[in-house]
Ligand binder design. Sequence first.
Ligand code: BGC
Length: 748
Amino acid sequence: MDIKKLVSQMTLEEKASLCSGADFWHTRGVERLGIPSVMVTDGPCGLRKQAGETDHLGLNASVKAISYPTGSCIASSFDRNLIRESGEYLGEECQAEDVAVLLGPAVNIKRSPLCGRNFEYFSEDPYVAGEMAAAYIKGVQSKHVGTSIKHFAANSQEHRRMTSDSVVDERTLRELYFPAFEKAAKEAQPWTFMCSYNRLNGTYASENHRLLTELLRDEWGFEGAVVSDWGAVNERPVGVAAGLDLEMPGPGTANTQKIIEAVKNGTLAEQDVDTAVERVLQFVYAYLENRDPNAKFQYERDHEKARQMAAESMVLLKNEGNILPLSKEKKVAFLGKFAELPRFQGGGSSHVNSFKVVGAVEAAEGLSVTYAQGYPTDTQTPDDAMIAEAVKAAKDADCAVLFIGITDAMESEGFDRKDLKIPACQEKLIEEVVKVQKNTVVVVHCGAPIEMPWIDDVKAVLYAYLGGEAVGGATVDILFGEVNPSGKLAETFPLRLEDNPSYLYYFGEGDRTEYREGIFVGYRYYDKKKLPVLFPFGHGLSYTEFAYSDLTFDKTSLKDTDTLRVSVKVKNVGERAGKEIVQLYVQDNESSVIRPVKELMGFEKIELAPKEEKTVSFTLEKRAFAFYDTAISDWRVETGEFTIHIGKSSRDIQLSGVVHVESTTVVKKVFTANSTIGDIMADPKGAQVLGQMMQAMMPGGGPDAGDMFDAEGMQAMMNAMPLRGVVMMAGDSVKPEMLQALLDKLNA
Ligand code: BGC
């Protein structure tokens, strides 16, 4: 389709109308020119396609679809292939349902564990979020269905989400809140980007030229269309000029009129409208020209995929005395309503009308499993009769498995959690059960971390997250050892909410939310503060053990323009086949800027049979060593030593080695009378010039500090002194012309 030609045949009115949707889920067509409309649908973890009358609140039922595990769950798989594959399944389902764009992935950084939408998001770490996003997009789009990576940008809270202003400094944006979007744009070219509701540093994302055009298109090379989050538009003509192509939902009648008027009165260039329409039609035709009329929704097959994904993603957090896996011979009591009716997906726009939901009780059919409800789900108040029944079941069994978590009412899109607690009735159930059953295992259904004051009282914890409609089967697979758990946390579990770095500032003041903790989000903070945590980033257990050896580098000295190849051997030293997620962290040993202790820059998931050994390799490029230098508006590596850590988790480092990296960025320094001696001496040329001068001025080696300072103290004092201070100390012997001559020499 010659889209430019098509646009040239349109009236201004037609073009303006195409900048909004036709209704909640469809783009607008132009009958006169034979331009059809296509459907877009949520996303990200299953299709929410409203079949009849559409409404934003999802009051009208959507078609049956598979509810896959949510973002926080699948991120814990650390498995790019699995996520890509799930994208392929979703893409096929979209083809079968005639959906052109799936509204996902959702990649916002988990700044606080309280964010109501953390269940949809991947990680507190931008590298993980970016890798998962790219895999998801590639998967869906391989089926000629578009994606909409969301919510761009810095939309890490639900509280006042439609008006809040995320105030974030440039370095923090570049290092934490942008990279997942940047990687997706550069590596996977999503068909669309969805701009977020919030403002970023004062300007709504939907009319933020810097975000939607300068950064996204000019810098990252994004070629697709930008779609507004549903209802995110503030001033539509400003949005068009900023690079927001499609307003959703439609019909946008008033805004269409505003666009027409703005063009007519010269405040909006018609060319900007043309560009927006071209971008919208680009994805419309990319879909229509590659329709797969034979695509069928394969419910059973896809349900099985959801089960596999859940089993690959759940995280075994604790397993004292190897209580898991359970023997199938044992009598086991499944306790808690979630055993029967799991909480498997989140509330809000991602809510899927699930094909079939299988709980653990149903999945355990044929095993020696009893069940008691244990707690109500409509109140937090403990129910004594339910507890008594559960306690009896626990006593009569060899082992108790408690299914707990938080409810839909506590965790959803649209609002944030208030704390990290589970309902009081569940706390009470745990308390009573562990009194009578020392072999107690806990399975948690929740999209984000919870506090676990009872952690020492239970033998094992399996974090199922929101594991999708097939979560019951996957849980039973892991509990009884059919599947060896292999998920690891893509976020830190703090001991207490108050330990979280955003705790002091989260929710903000009115609409103003300052991201004051800056780059210190998640493990970047806990590591720097050396704080104990409940479970660290990257943690997850297996039923087997892995041994690491032979960390090697293809070079130990490199320029920042070179790549570094890192290899390590990993061996399964246990009795069962299993999967390990090998993590690579980079530490800048000495830096002139404030940096985290270490940052994740690589991970690989491998499968190993008992006694099998594999070599895992990583390739590191400049970005792995760099920080974002706002002085030069670019990434910069500082010459020096970097430690490469290989770990089982961020707090279980197995091997480390040092490499020397030389910077190729020349940063021109300008010295003034206010430059300190220390800063001048740290510069090779400065050291030479100033060194000579000091020798000349103080042939005896400078003033005798006597008892006042030791050599080191003297040095420190001198280092902190500005040049003008030295001149002043020297009295009349240094003339202003001499200082100027020195500066000229230093800056030459
Ligand atoms: C959500 C988006 C979603 C859209 C359409 C918005 O409220 O923030 O994630 O895609 O609605 O349902």
